[in-house]
Ligand binder design. Structure first.
Ligand code: PSU
Ligand code: MN
Length: 320
């Protein structure tokens, strides 16, 4: 059987010189050592300053402590970076002019020399091109609650439908329409595994109340699913590993529901739309929960990064 001619977004050798690799990422990839991609939008646009820079460093350290090499992804001066040095990390945390780049922004950014943090869709695309199979984030983008009126569905979903990468997340951000997002993932053919849970996580909350079809218990099982994707052939989609924030670190659900309702109303009043809505809602929640939502968000991201490092280790080790 021949493959369709449209070339899929799969891990592939990067076109020479287009991607700039940090030395440690280049070495790790050449050696087949574990690598975990990290996105930069969460640092640039999802977390308050100056905490965001500390978090950026902490997440990289967590990957290293887990035996893998961190590859924080961003576009700087028109060049996609796979792994950032000290200055690069500072830039994504501190540069006010940094834009937010989903997948579709990448080509214009390259051609014009622009700089931006990459979202899940931008990061997953670049990481896959770089040959990185495991990616950790906080919560995926998805279908927004007013979808019928706004048609706002994150580009994350469509990109994950055609990119072979394993994304470890705490579900989708609870500011979204979670059941609708799960339906879209099903339609798009993106497999979802609950990590030690039969319930899809709720980002700030341990559970969203929605079921997941598959529950896995350890990183080796996840690596086995990844190998099964490859063994089947023809699968172009991502694997979503949904890893709940521990119950003791979740946001108080009653506080969550109340403040989220206020945040959605405030966004509506302020006419915030499009790319700005996710950062607006996240910042509103942080402010109106006195930082509690931020702590839950960070706990979720840390857990995802740790798990991603373990998965990357299992993946790099090959079939057992
Ligand atoms: N997860 C977080 N904080 C964030 C995001 C995810 O904990 O800021 C970002 C991701 O980069 C995700 C993006 O891809 O929000 C989705 O934005 P939009 O809804 O505009 O596609
Ligand atoms: Mn959107």
């Amino acid at each position: 059987m021949t493959e369709p001619s449209a070339s899929p977004v799969t891990p592939a050798t990067p076109a020479p010189g287009v991607l700039r690799f940090s030395a440690e990422v280049a070495d790790a990839l050449a050696a087949g050592a574990p690598v975990v991609a990290l996105e930069s939008t969460i640092i640039a646009h999802g977390l308050p300053r100056p905490r965001n820079l500390r978090v950026a460093r902490e997440l990289e350290d967590l990957v290293r402590a887990g035996g893998a090499v961190p590859a924080t992804v961003a576009v700087l001066d028109g060049q996609p970076h796979i792994g950032l040095d000290k200055d690069g990390l500072e830039r994504i945390a501190e540069d006010d002019s940094l834009r937010k780049f989903g997948f579709r922004e990448l080509a214009p950014a390259l051609a014009t020399g622009a700089s931006g943090a990459t979202t899940v869709s931008g990061t997953a695309f670049l990481a896959a091109r770089a040959g990185i199979r495991v990616f950790a984030t906080g919560g995926l983008g998805g279908v927004h609650r007013d979808w019928a009126a706004s048609q706002d569905e994150s580009a994350d979903l469509a990109l994950l439908a055609r990119t072979r990468i394993t994304v470890v997340c705490a579900g989708v951000k609870s500011i979204l329409d979670v059941p609708a997002t799960l339906e879209r993932l099903e339609t798009l053919g993106v497999a979802v595994l609950g990590y030690r849970t039969a319930q899809f996580p709720g980002f700030y909350l341990t559970g969203s109340g929605q079921p997941v079809g598959w529950t896995v218990q350890d990183p080796a099982e996840i690596a086995a699913v990844m190998r099964a994707q490859d063994a089947l052939g023809g699968i172009r989609s991502a694997l979503v590993v949904a890893n709940p924030v521990p119950a003791r670190e979740q946001l108080d659900p009653a506080l969550h529901d109340r403040v989220l309702a206020e945040a959605l109303a405030a966004a509506d009043r302020a006419g915030v739309r499009g790319q700005a809505i996710t950062p607006f809602l996240l910042a509103h929640l942080t402010e109106h929960t006195a930082g509690a939502s931020l702590e839950a968000n960070l706990a979720a991201v840390r857990g995802n990064v740790r798990l991603a490092a373990e998965i990357a280790g299992r993946w790099a080790a090959g079939p057992q």
